[in-house]
Ligand binder design. Structure first.
Ligand code: SF4
Length: 283
């Protein structure tokens, strides 16, 4: 998919220069308003009216987390810490990691959360060991450091500033594969949505704005559970003009809500799973 479809497509079709992150100083990437918002405010489409952005960024309302969001937070932590732990020589066990979780604001059945977290931790550990062993078996003269860097070529939770594009200065991207130049975003969800692609596309544009390297391929990695089994799906795609323009439209719209303090109003019906449901609808 990557070598025979996406990379040839990216070379053939290309990306318009004005949509590359390093052209942040001119339209359409140059932000109109002098406010900064987080990446999830730009990309999230959980709320049909985008009122969640108004509540969080203008009214400073604190969300009330539910099980779905808690699981997402915990599994993001597992993926990041298990991978980074392995890269540093496997210096932390799952039990030690679990004991360090700060539970403030998190909700849900802890036994179930722990079981899910352990499944993901074990999966990552086994895959890291296999990747390292495979590479080591083909390159017997490579140093440990080289084997580690090339079997797991990932920047994990890389800290980067999105300020050139009207975003927070403290962004943290899930994962960037620096050998294949792929921006990854992790979703704990069994349902794929088109707008999930906006997250890695946004990080790709930010990465281009700061490091000035092209990021032509993105991937949303879905984690879910069926019959107690961990299921992983990948949505890998070309970071084309259309997706980049969609991300810019969303960014401009959300920046406008925050800069002008525009309340987008409440729709007729909302999903009760919304983390702002109580403060927003007062029900
Ligand atoms: S309760 Fe409805 S309108 Fe309010 S933030 Fe949630 S989805 Fe949006």
């Amino acid at each position: 998919m990557l070598l025979h479809r996406l990379l040839p497509l990216a070379r053939q079709v290309g990306v318009s220069p004005e949509l590359r992150g390093w052209n942040w100083h001119q339209p359409p990437l140059k932000p109109y308003y002098d406010v900064k918002i987080p990446m999830y405010s730009v990309c999230s489409k959980y709320c049909p009216n985008d009122r969640d952005v108004y509540l969080a960024q203008v009214k400073k309302v604190k969300p009330i987390l539910n099980f779905r969001v808690t699981l997402g937070k915990i599994l993001h932590g597992v993926v990041s810490d298990a991978l980074q732990g392995f890269m540093k020589g496997g210096n932390i066990s799952f039990e030690e990691w679990w004991e360090k979780i700060r539970w403030e604001g998190l909700v849900g059945d802890r036994e179930l959360l722990k079981r899910r977290a352990k499944q993901v931790w074990d999966f990552i550990e086994k895959n890291c060991i296999a990747q390292y062993a495979n590479l080591s078996a083909t390159q017997p003269y490579a140093s440990d450091h080289d084997l580690m860097q090339s079997s797991m070529p990932f920047l994990i939770e890389h800290k980067i500033s999105g300020e050139l594009l009207g975003l927070s200065g403290l962004l943290s991207l899930d994962c960037y594969d620096y050998l294949r130049c792929i921006m990854f975003d992790l979703k704990v969800d069994d349902k794929q949505e088109d707008w999930h692609r906006l997250f890695p596309v946004g990080y790709a544009i930010v990465f281009e704005s700061v490091h000035e390297v092209p990021v032509d391929v993105c991937c949303v990695l879905y984690l879910s559970f069926i019959n107690e089994k961990l299921v992983i799906k990948k949505d890998i795609f070309f970071t084309n003009n259309e997706l980049r323009s969609w991300w810019i439209e969303e960014r401009d719209h959300k920046l406008e809500i925050v800069a002008l303090k525009k309340d987008p109003g409440v729709p007729n019906a909302c999903n009760e799973d919304c983390i702002y449901y109580k403060s927003c609808r007062g029900e």
